[in-house]
Ligand binder design. Structure first.
Ligand code: TXE
Length: 489
């Protein structure tokens, strides 16, 4: 069966191109997938445009749109195991982690299903004139290009697809060329749930070839992108000539601030999870540990002991606790950041190499790495390495902790650990980030907004603002008794 989904039909690429998808854990061939080109992208945009301008979806009552999203949530739960397996084969992440992702994805559809069905965002405005009926209504934006990365493929897709459909938009989805499978499966589930043809379209392929047209085409109204900073800048520029609405989530270099008065065991445990979850390939990874001087040595010693014990392995190895990086190219990038950090004076406390275990030689593994005595100017501290690399900096007091934490071009997330409630409250208020955790790291819920400030991007996903992102606001003024104004007499 062909893999592109355009106007309700499964189709191969016009140019006949295909791509091999290989599992990053061992290089085995997962599948050969149709690879779209610009003509396929144009056809998908035309189908989405037609479905928006002439199709039923934008005018389907909100309650019905909400019910469809709830059906999708049920179908995601029904197919959880198959979806999780496909996600793990594409990404190399542990099956159990993919299963958690699938639960979150169903919860996301359920949340937006209920939010959509509850309707109620339109409002009557007092125009100061009883002869006027003035209303503010919310409408879908139009055709949305949804461009997603490879680290949480279906999760990041769900964060866009569910609100986009809930608000009544049509879309063209382009997942990462490395991880197409769960996007293909989602198209089938949307169809099974009853979505009309053309409302959802899928093209597969690389960013420059298939992604770029989705950001430039004048028939597209909005681009929602999650991915790297460099690509985000490019997309914003590409969308400028046609003044598209743009939403960007571009990752982070997130501080994890640990004061000396913490609950030691909990803080160490969460510091490990913060950075090494999914081998650091998480936009909100706590990759910058800021630890108070007086606690530094004991904290880092314990962290290093525990990082050394993290067992690497493939998606279906029940003893593994972390998987491979996504690609050979990405691992080289991580290696280059570690090398640069060491050259700039960081102290290697553990990791810093590929694992010696020959059983892992076929995958893109990299050992959990701790770089101590780091300073703000180092590239490994400033840039998102997006690998299992923790940089450690020391601070003296609250003032210095906040200054170091905010000394970054990013602003996605951050955490502060202390048993002093007043202090955590003050620091949380001063951190320039879209999410702040106090005595925790990583949790999120679909009811709460997610997104960044500064160069982590703009726009919000999840929460009521996540739905509002896919809506336009219109003021309708109706004069019930029009009379001549005689302005020019
Ligand atoms: O991402 P890209 P890459 C960061 C992380 C990583 C770096 C590069 O630091 O090392 O980005 O990763 C599509 N027009 N994040 O190169 O290129 C691309 O095909 C339109 C953080 O994999 O940003 C894919 O579908 N689309 C991040 C998507 O953009 C284009 C998650 C993301 O790929 C395009 C992933 C173009 N010109 C990486 N070029 C996060 N925020 O969580 C590429 N794409």
């Amino acid at each position: 069966m062909p893999d592109l989904f355009i106007g309700g039909e499964w189709t191969a690429a016009v140019d006949g191109n295909v791509r091999e998808i290989r599992c990053p854990a061992d290089g085995t061939l997962v599948a050969v997938i149709d690879e779209a080109g610009p003509k396929d992208a144009a056809a998908a945009i035309a189908a989405a445009r037609d479905a928006f301008d002439s199709g039923p979806w934008p005018h389907t009552p909100a309650a019905e749109r909400g019910r469809l999203l709830l059906r999708v949530a049920d179908l995601l739960e029904r197919d959880k195991d198959v979806l999780a397996r496909a996600e793990s084969l594409d990404t190399g992440k542990r099956q159990v982690e993919s299963e958690y992702d699938m639960d979150d994805i169903a919860a996301c559809f359920r949340y937006f299903g209920n939010l959509t069905a509850s309707g109620g965002t339109d409002r009557v405005v007092d125009a100061g004139n009883p002869q006027v009926d003035s209303r503010v209504v919310h409408e879908p934006v139009g055709v949305c290009s949804l461009i997603t990365p490879w680290n949480y493929p279906l999760l990041q897709t769900a964060w866009k697809v569910a609100p986009a459909l809930g608000a009544g938009n049509t879309f063209v989805l382009k997942p990462s060329e490395l991880t197409p499978h769960t996007a293909i499966m989602l198209m089938r589930l949307l169809t099974e749930a009853g979505l009309p043809a053309g409302a959802a379209n899928l093209v597969l392929g690389t960013g420059p070839v298939v992604g770029a047209p989705l950001t430039e085409d004048p028939h597209v109204d909005m681009v929602s992108f999650t991915g790297g900073l460099v690509t985000g800048r490019r997309i914003m520029a590409a969308a400028a000539p046609t003044v598209k609405k743009v939403a960007l989530e571009l990752g982070g270099k997130n501080p994890n601030i640990v004061f000396a008065d913490v609950d030691f065991d909990a803080a160490v445990d969460h510091a490990l999870m913060a950075v090494f979850l999914h081998s650091g390939q998480v936009c909100s990874a706590g990759a910058r540990l800021l630890v108070q001087n007086t606690l530094h040595d004991r904290f880092v010693d314990e962290l290093v002991t525990r990082a050394r014990a993290i067992r690497l392995g493939g998606p279906f190895d029940p003893d593994a606790r972390a998987g491979p990086l996504i690609s050979a190219e990405h691992r080289q990038k991580v290696e280059a950041y570690v090398a640069a950090g060491l050259a700039e004076g960081a102290v290697l406390r553990c990791g810093g190499t590929r694992p010696a275990d020959p059983a892992l030689a076929g995958g893109y593994y990299y050992l959990p790495t701790v770089l101590d005595e780091c300073t703000p100017g180092m590239s490994v501290v400033r840039d998102e390495s997006f690998g299992p690399v923790l940089t450690v900096e020391r601070f003296r007091d609250e003032e210095e902790a906040v200054a170091l934490a905010n000394d970054t071009m990013y602003g996605l997330a951050g955490a502060v650990w202390s048993q002093d409630a007043g202090r955590t409250h003050r620091v949380a208020a001063r951190l320039r980030a879209g999410t702040v955790w106090i005595n925790d790291f990583h949790p999120y819920v679909p009811q709460a907004e997610w997104g960044g400030v500064k160069q982590s991007g703009f726009g919000r996903e999840l929460g009521p603002a996540g739905l509002a992102e896919y809506r336009e606001t219109k003021h309708i003024w109706r004069n019930l008794e029009p009379k001549p104004q005689r302005w020019f007499e």
